[in-house]
Ligand binder design. Structure first.
Ligand SMILES: Nc1ncnc2c1ncn2[C@@H]1O[C@H](COP(=O)(O)OP(=O)(O)OP(=O)(O)O)[C@@H](O)[C@H]1O
Length: 258
């Protein structure tokens, strides 16, 4: 079972001024409501700067963002009082829009450390190596990547495939995928989408997919599409809503949100 419930979420960030110092507080999320139940895939689409990544980071527990109101629960348990690693252990996973480079930490080490932290025990070495190789082969990543530093010098597409390797191995309850389709060539888009669909196939996983393009939604069928404008969900619909957005843009929702 996996139900992620977000209620009336308000989030602020310490806004920086031109000199890089702090210049007050800016509210970015202005009352977000969203429930992702077992087996559901929700897509969020919306204009640049509307707060989609802020929502993803706030659920994951990024310290830059302050929740001022509202709640986030996973299977009824308060997520906001958990540390970032507790959230991961509870079953939340975030594939970042811009995966960070970690020089000096090999992919193999990173994956094993993450798996050990999440399961509470180290994976058995013999099966683990096989599992890592299989996960990499499934996304057509050369297994030599296991010896490279995390994301260092990876191309945009390689970083995104590496996120899917993590998804496959860590097997969370709810995956938040922030523009996992950005920068992917046509073949890579299919490979990454197949990875997400493999994750979904158990039928009890939740997926929150943030995207600007309908093309990924042709491979990963969403149950719901939400339009996100100025820190709020302004409407929701089925997959056909994504096609309408592609054809007509966000204009009518921008006007409605003012
Ligand atoms: N430290 C900060 N100071 C001021 N504004 C900030 C700060 N951090 C984030 N913001 C603003 O918050 C808003 C929401 O950003 P966010 O990245 O969540 O949007 P997004 O919908 O994911 O955009 P995109 O589609 O372009 O990725 C943006 O206007 C951004 O400039």
């Amino acid at each position: 079972m996996a139900t992620l419930e977000i209620k009336n979420l308000h989030v602020t960030v310490a806004a920086s001024d031109d000199d890089g110092g702090q210049d007050g507080v800016k509210e970015i999320l202005k009352g977000v409501d969203l429930t992702i139940r077992d087996g559901e895939t929700h897509a969020i689409m919306g204009p640049n700067g509307s707060g989609k990544s802020t929502l993803a980071y706030s659920i994951a527990g990024h310290p830059k963002y302050t929740v001022t109101e509202g709640s986030v629960t996973l299977d009824g348990v308060d997520v906001l009082s958990m540390s970032v690693d507790e959230r991961a252990r509870a079953g939340l996973f975030l594939a970042m829009q811009y995966p960070v480079e970690v020089p000096g930490v090999s992919v193999a080490n990173f994956l094993r450390t993450a798996k050990t932290a999440i399961d509470g025990e180290a994976p058995k070495l013999r099966t683990w190596v096989k599992d890592v190789n299989a996960a990499m082969e499934q996304v057509k990543m050369d297994t030599a990547f296991a010896q490279r530093s995390v994301n260092e010098g990876f191309s945009g597409g390689e970083k995104k495939r590496h996120e899917i390797v993590q998804l496959e191995l860590l097997d969370p309850k709810v995956a938040i995928l922030d523009e996992t389709d950005s920068g992917l060539d046509i073949d890579a888009l299919k490979i990454v989408s197949e990875g997400v669909n493999r994750f979904k196939q158990d039928g009890d996983k939740g997926v929150l997919l943030i995207t600007h393009y309908t093309r990924i939604l042709r491979y990963i069928t969403p149950d719901f599409v939400h339009v996100f404008v100025d820190g709020r969900m302004v409407t929701e619909g089925g997959p056909e809503l994504a096609d309408e957005l592609e054809a007509n843009g966000y204009d009518k929702y921008l006007t409605a949100s003012v």
